[in-house]
Design a protein around this ligand. Structure first.
Ligand SMILES: O=C1O[C@H](COP(=O)(O)O)[C@@H](O)[C@H](O)[C@H]1O
Length: 232
């Protein structure tokens, strides 16, 4: 499916425009079905967008938010994606949203993946909105190059749900929604900022192996069009 590039003058302008687009999609889902589902990324990029979106006027009590991926760390760990969402999105008006974490206080990351899959099974078939990020190595969600479970994660026949991932450069073991869970979101956004990420995107859009740059799986095979939001 084709990708569309939306380029903005700076991160603040991007955050405003992306918040408008996401708020409109969530509101449309609430009007149509009485509920909306929203999967967000972690990392450093989404902070301003989260803050902007948190002040948007919509019926947040009808919105269920989850993460596309998470580190196997508790929510008070500074590296937790949950913490980023709690501090920047689940506040202001969006404080009323329901949040389903991926991290589970289980004895192993594999058990946490099973618990998170069952805790999120009722949402995301498909998600109304999924926001992906991209690392400088071409990973998205926790689809890391040379990741322990990358083949399974990217296989379109792997069911919806959460699996584990370990990789050099990933730090802690990870929990990640599979490709099949994310690729058909009704609004599928890739949010990246900076010239270097644009260069990574250009490389990802050229010929090459998906395993080398897993974002290629989304750019090449997602059922939904990919809306790329970029600012320098
Ligand atoms: O590890 C992660 O990194 C990516 C990209 O993060 P950024 O800091 O370069 O914006 C992020 O999309 C993903 O959710 C996160 O777990």
């Amino acid at each position: 499916m084709a990708a569309t590039m939306h380029a903005f003058a700076n991160g603040a302008e991007l955050a405003r425009n992306l918040a408008d687009k996401v708020a409109a999609s969530l509101s449309a889902a609430i009007d149509a079905r009485g509920a909306a589902t929203f999967a967000v990324s972690g990392g450093s990029t989404p902070k301003l967008f989260f803050q902007e979106l948190s002040a948007r006027d919509l019926d947040w009590t009808k919105v269920t938010i989850t993460l596309v991926d998470e580190r196997f760390v508790a929510a008070n760990n500074p590296r937790s994606n949950h913490l980023l969402v709690a501090e920047n999105l689940l506040r202001n008006k969006a404080e009323a949203a329901n949040f389903l974490p991926l991290y589970q206080a289980a004895g192993s990351v594999e058990e946490a993946a099973r618990l998170a899959t069952s805790a999120t099974a009722r949402i995301g078939n498909p998600f109304d909105v999924a926001i992906l990020g991209m690392g400088g190595d071409g990973h998205t969600a926790s689809f890391f190059p040379r990741g322990s479970n990358l083949k399974v994660a990217l296989d379109p026949n792997t069911p919806r749900g959460i699996i584990t991932m370990e990789a050099e450069g990933a730090g802690e073991p990870r929990l990640t929604f599979t490709f099949s869970s994310l690729q058909d979101a009704k609004l599928l956004v890739l949010h990246i900022e900076g010239e270097s990420k644009k260069d990574v995107l250009t490389k990802a859009q050229s010929a090459g192996d998906e395993a080398e740059m897993p974002i290629r799986a989304i750019l090449r095979r997602a059922a939904s069009p990919v809306e790329i939001y970029w600012a320098p």
